[in-house]
Design a binder for this molecule. Structure first.
Ligand code: CAA
Length: 260
C-alpha cells in the first residue's frame, strides 16, 4: 500500500512503522493519522509480523504533537472529530494483536507522548524529550494524555506534566516510569530490534494472550481480572506452541514455535 506520511517496512518478523513528515517534525495531521490506521491494518493482515516498532523519521523528533497549523482554525465540532480520530488511531495501536514498542528518537510532545504511551512500552534515545505542552497553546491533551498517562505513572505525576506543560528528558521520563530503557541515539533502533526479536522468538499465542489479558484486566477488579487470566491461560493449552514449548523443555532443546 502507498502511504503519504508513514513508511512501513519489515525486517524478518519485525514490522517498523515510521512516522515520516520531517517538514513538521512528524506532527500528526489528519492525513498522517489516517495513514497510521491503514499501516496498522496492514500489519494486522500480515501474520509473519510478530512485533511492531513505532518510530519517527530523522534524528530530531519522534512526533512533535498534533499538527498545530491544522488545529488552529478548527471549530469545536472539528476538534471533537479530530480528537476522536486520534483516539481511534491510538486504540488501534493499543489493541493490535501483537506487541508494539515505541522507539522514541527525539521530541515526543503532546500527541507524540500520547501515541508513545498507547504502545505496549517505550524505549527512548538520550536526546528524547517528553511533555504535554497543550496548555501553552490554550488547550489540553486530546489524544488520551489525561487518561493513559495517569494510569501509567499515577495522577500526581501526570497532572504535574499536563498542568505545567514542561518538557522532561529521557532520563526523567525513565525515572517517572514512562520509559523502560534509555539508549544513545545511534543504538536505539538496534536495541529496540533486539528486544523485538526476543519477543518474536517466544510463543506467539502466549505473547498475544498475555497482551490481551494485561490490557483487558487492567481496569477490572482483581478477582474478575484473575478469572479472565485463568480462562485465557486455559486457551494456551489448546495450542501446538504449548506442547512444543513444554516438550522442548523436557527434551532439553530450543523450542520451535509455529504460532499455532
Ligand atoms: N504542528 C505543526 N508543525 C509543527 C509542530 C506541530 N506540533 N511542531 C513543529 N512543527 C513545525 C514548525 O512549525 C516548523 O515548521 P517551519 O519550518 O515550516 O517553520 C518545523 O516543524 C520545525 O520546528 P521548529 O522550527 O519549531 O523547531 P525547533 O527545533 O525550534 O523546536 C520543538 C522544536 C520544541 C518541538 C517545537 O517545534 C515545538 O514546540 N513544537 C510544538 C510542540 C507542541 O506544542 N506539541 C503539542 C501539539 S498540541 C497536541 O498534541 C494536542 C493533542 O493532544 C491532540
Amino acid at each position: 500500500m502507498e502511504f503519504k506520511n508513514i513508511l512501513l517496512s519489515a525486517e524478518g518478523e519485525i514490522g517498523i512503522l515510521t512516522i515520516n513528515r520531517p517538514k513538521a517534525l512528524n506532527a500528526l495531521n489528519i492525513e498522517t493519522l489516517q495513514d497510521i490506521q491503514m499501516g496498522i491494518q496492514e500489519v494486522k493482515g500480515n501474520p509473519a509480523l510478530k512485533v511492531l516498532i513505532l518510530t519517527g523519521a530523522g534524528e530530531k523528533s519522534f512526533v512533535a504533537g498534533a499538527d498545530i497549523a491544522e488545529m488552529k482554525g478548527m471549530n469545536s465540532i472539528e476538534a471533537l472529530n479530530f480528537s476522536r480520530l486520534g483516539h481511534l488511531t491510538l486504540k488501534m495501536i493499543q489493541d493490535l494483536d501483537r506487541p508494539v514498542i515505541a522507539a522514541v528518537n527525539g521530541f515526543a510532545l503532546g500527541g507524540g507522548t500520547e501515541i508513545a504511551v498507547a504502545c505496549d512500552f517505550i524505549y527512548a534515545s538520550e536526546n528524547a524529550r517528553f511533555g504535554l505542552p497543550e496548555v501553552t497553546l490554550g488547550i489540553f491533551p486530546g489524544f488520551g494524555g489525561t487518561q493513559r498517562l495517569p494510569r501509567l505513572i499515577g495522577k500526581g505525576r501526570a497532572k504535574e506534566l499536563i498542568f505545567s506543560g514542561k518538557m522532561v528528558s529521557a532520563q526523567e521520563a525513565f525515572q517517572m516510569g514512562i520509559v523502560n530503557k534509555v539508549f544513545p541515539l545511534a543504538s536505539l533502533m538496534e536495541e529496540t530490534k533486539k528486544a523485538a526479536a526476543q519477543i518474536a522468538g517466544n510463543g506467539t499465542i502466549g505473547v498475544r494472550l498475555a497482551k490481551t489479558v494485561i490490557d483487558a484486566g487492567f481496569n477490572l477488579d482483581l478477582t474478575e481480572a484473575c478469572s479472565l487470566e485463568s480462562y485465557a491461560f486455559s486457551i494456551g493449552f489448546t495450542t501446538e506452541d504449548q506442547r512444543e514449548g513444554m516438550t522442548a523443555f523436557v527434551e532439553k532443546r530450543k523450542p520451535n514455535f509455529k504460532g499455532k
